[in-house]
Each structure stands twice: as structure tokens, then as C-alpha cells.
Design a protein around this ligand. Sequence first.
Ligand code: ADP
Ligand code: LRH
Length: 492
Amino acid sequence: GQAAVHAAIDLGASSGRVITGRLVDGVLRTEEVARFANTPVTVPVEGGERLHWDVLSLYAGARRGLDRAARDHGPLASAGIDTWAVDYGLLDAEGALVGNPVHYRDSRTEGAAERVFAHLDQAALYAVNGLQVQPFNTVFQLAAAAGSAQLAAARDLLLIPDLLGYWLTGERCAELTNASTTGLVDVRGRRWARPCLDLLEQGFGVAAEALLPDLVEPGHTIGHLRDTGTPLVAVGSHDTASAVVAVPARTPRFAYISSGTWSLVGVELDRPVLSEQGRAANFTNELGVDGTVRYLRNVTGLWLLQESLRTWRDRGREADLPDLLARAARLPKLSCVVDVDDPRFAPPGDMPARIAGFAAETGQRPPADEAEVVRCVVDSLALAYRRAVRQAAELSGQEAEVLHVVGGGSRNALLCQLTADATGLPVVAGPAEGTAVGNLLVQARAVGAISGGLPELRRVVADSFTTLTYEPEGERSPWDRAQRLLWPERNT
Ligand code: ADP
Ligand code: LRH
């Protein structure tokens, strides 16, 4: 008979898509049935403005995708949802959305982490949640929102994939991999962390325990779609968790970059590393599928290119990414580098101007045109990857012999080659829709269409998608010099 059809709803920070998958003789055949923009919206509030996700349009896009999948393929065997991490919607006593979810790049979190650390110091918090400090971790967002009318009206807090799942099925839960990015999960016990709940309750008057639903592991059936009865399966609902499932590694000695709006750079472990060195290097322990831990650092990723292109287009200039990358590839390497994780690059805005500012402050000649900006960004990303890959190995004791790149950034050949050159590791690029692939495989396993652990799922990925391999070329010394320019304190 016909192979069962599964549907992945995958919402990234730059776009959403619905992708179907069928397993035929151990090969996953995927098809994109819908793609829609994810365009944040700024609106005024008292004393300023607020950056929101347009969550209703994302829900509508997901719904249309599911309808289209069912129309093309007949009844679906399962569906699963993943999105970016940390953000949430609030529901009132009637289950109605209270306000529009706030974007993690909104400025309301300024200073919130410091206020949290006044109650529970940074090292004590890390010992419980194992999470790198990002100003937008949910725990800091909740501290920032403390005292607001919306929080006072809220009865439930649902992370974005769980919110969409609630709208589709009527069931409320918190999928664990994404919950681990909140800062409220005990990374060893894989449950809500008492000290973090108490911190919000006692320090900020936020009734976190009452707001948070029960945790579920990937593979759990959340409920059934209200209209068709299709089971909605909890997948790695954190997009990065699903992306790492889809790394087509043939060896356990691999490092990965989940490359999209962010670049998540690290290794997979079977238990967290909670060392002081790891905390100081801002390495995070996110929970993964099948009891794994993603030990990684968030590196500012293609966001820098996305915002540069937006800036140029807003000024009426033509800006085509493949064309600019081709021009950038002909420019000399490493003539200007920036620390992509400098906080000035985090909010939306004029990236070319911020890059020029960084260059001037560090005694470098700023990029003179669009192609030079693009060259600067890709060189700087490769440099940041080199540092993160080396630190991941050093801090975890797990050396990699190959570096896998999944996500949209795996389509960037210049960046992949430079990443190989900078790290000295062969880079295997693809699949570009790794997140949706990981989402599909976990669903398929949950409904019995496939079996096995992560190595078996990864073999299916390797057998289903072509990848490109980039071998390291050129001297390593220019990378060493560039690294010393940006981070003089360390040589690794
Ligand atoms: P997210 O899930 O965070 O929205 P994606 O994984 O979809 O991100 O990656 C989007 C990025 O991938 C784009 O911003 C772009 O930089 C890169 N990308 C996509 N297609 C190409 C391409 N053909 N060439 C170069 N880069 C590409
Ligand atoms: C990538 C991602 C990343 C988080 C960020 C907020 O899309 O989920 O893993 O840190 O968004």
C-alpha cells in the first residue's frame, strides 16, 4: 500500500513551512507544501514600542499547509510542530490568548538578567539549568514582564509550538526540548526546577508553577487535530533539537552547526557538562531527543546577512544574496572581521552601519560596499565557528572529526568552504531542511512507521539526502591572527 504521510510544521525566525514526508524503503521523501514569511511587527506601547511575532498569521499559514497536505495526500498519519525557542503566549481562564507573543529580540529584557541574578546568582542558576545566559531566556522575559496586566490575567503559559498545538488539538503541554530553553528546567532531572520557580514566585511575584503545564518528552501524542483526528505528536519542538536529529552523521565523533537565523554550534552529549569553564565560555546544555544533551553556543548567524539585505532593500537598492555571495567570494579573505556576538548586532537594524562602527573601533578599514559587507560577515561567521567548535571539544572532551552543517546556511557554499578552512575539519553540508526532517522522523517513529535510535534515524537521513563535502584548504595562520585580533585573551 501507500506509505503513510507525515506533516512537519516548522517555523523559523525568517520563514515558516509545512513539509510532508513519506518513508519508502528506508528513504524519506519530502515535499514542501507551504512556505510563508515570518515578519515581526512593532507596535507602540506606553513609553516606547514593542516587537511582536505575528502569531495568528503563522497559525493561519500552518493551517493552510496542513489542509493542503491532506488535500494532496489524503488523511495524514501524524503531524508535528517545531519553532524557535524561548518565546511564549499567555492564555486567560477561558483559554483565550492574552496579548500577542513578544519577540525575543524586543528590548524589554534589558537589565532583567541582572535583576534575576540579584536573587539567585549566575553560577547557582547555571548549576540547576545549565543554560547559557541569553538576555531573552524565558526566565528573564518573565522577570521583565512581572507586574504586567497581561501576566496578572494569565492562567497558562505555552511556548510557541505548544500554543499552536493547543489551537490545533485543545490540549496543553510543555514539550521538554523547548522547555529546556526557558531556564526553568532542571537539566539533570529533566523536570521543572523548583529553585527557578521559587525565584520567579518569591523574587518577582510571577506564579510560574501555576502557569506552566506538564512536561512531555518527544514521541508523546499531544492530542488529535480537531477537524481530521490526525494525531499531533510531540517532536523535538525546539527547532534546534529537530535539526540535530537530522544530522546525517555516520560517526559519533561529529560536531554540528544548525545554520539559519542563528548558528547553533556544538556537540551532542549523553549528559550535561556544568563546569565553571563552560559557564564562563557561555556554553549551554539544551535537552535533546532520546535523552541527549546539546552542548553548544549560540553564535549570531545569518541574521547579519538577513538584516543587511533588509537595510539595503529598504533604501531601494537591489540586494540578491547569491549574487552578493559570488562577488564576495572574489574578494580577499579576512580583510575585516567583527565579533558577530557583540550585543550591538542583536536587535533589528542597520547592520552595515554597526559593522562599520565595530571595524572603526578595532582599527580596521570598514567594508566599502555591499559585497565587502557580505565578505566581512561570512569571514566573521567562519571565525566564530572555529572558536566555538574548538571550545566545544575542549570543554566536553569530545573531539570531532567532521563538522556537519544543516539548515538554510548549508546552501551557502562560500561560508561552508570558509568554515572548513577555519576549523581544519571537513564540512558536510545538508540537508537544508534538516529541522523539518528531524521533526518528520520523530513523528514517524512515534506512530510506528520506523524504529531505532538516533543512529538509525541519521542513517535514514544520510540515505535520503545528498550532501556536499568541503575539505579544508589554505593556511591556518591568517585565522589565528584574526582570532587574536578579536579575542586576544585566548588562543584556542
Ligand atoms: P530559519 O529557520 O532561522 O528561518 P533557515 O534555516 O531557513 O533559517 O535559513 C535561512 C537562511 O539560509 C537565509 O537567511 C540565507 O542566509 C540562507 N540561505 C537560504 N538559501 C540560500 C542560498 N540559496 N544561498 C545562500 N544562502 C541561502
Ligand atoms: C533558533 C533558535 C535558537 C534559540 C533562538 C531563540 O531558531 O531556536 O536555538 O536560541 O532560536
